[in-house]
Design a protein around this ligand. Sequence first.
Ligand code: GRF
Length: 212
Amino acid sequence: MPTAALRSLPVKSTRIVVLISGGGSNLAALLAAAEDPAYGAQIVAVGADRPSAAGLQLAADAGVPTFICRLGDYPERTDWDVALAAEVAAHEPDLVISAGFLKLAGPAFLAAFGGRYLNTHNSLLPAFPGIHGPRDALEYGVKVAGATLFVVDEGVDTGVIVAQVTVPVRDDDTEETLTERIKVAERAQLVECTGRLAREGWRVQGRRVLIG
Ligand code: GRF
């Protein structure tokens, strides 16, 4: 086939569902990156566990379908887990990304999306898992902090690590300033890595994630 014809072939675009609970600055970065077809990935839906998640509006503004799956609407956590898995599956994603989604995935969700469900966390795992990464890092007195992109497993922030990025901790940092510094680096990492995963593929060998 001539080179020109090869170039005109459409690049296969990885379908991504993003799950959020909050402001959605990571989501915003992904939406912006995915506007370029050469990025190799598209955000096909955004889901939240609460209607107050401000990122839902960002998705709507970008013309991306949204859904809300509230834990409180289900009698048991397992029912919610099944419902969340079904909502996500309806959008036929290749990859699911938790970007500030404050709920732990359950067995049904992991049965459907295990191995292709990523989370971005605002600490250098395995240090400081949980929802107060920057605060815990500051209280411990570490000199570098950062963010970790990992493949979600049954544990809390225990999955295999895709990428990590560090930022300095300054003497005058507050929880707010450190959180914000981490978020800037975290967003860049998420966008860069997600694009690479989409374009180059990846596999897991033991605790190592190999891209390309
Ligand atoms: C991120 O820093 C993530 O690591 C943490 O929550 C933050 C979400 O931020 N779990 P945003 O909603 O993407 O702005």
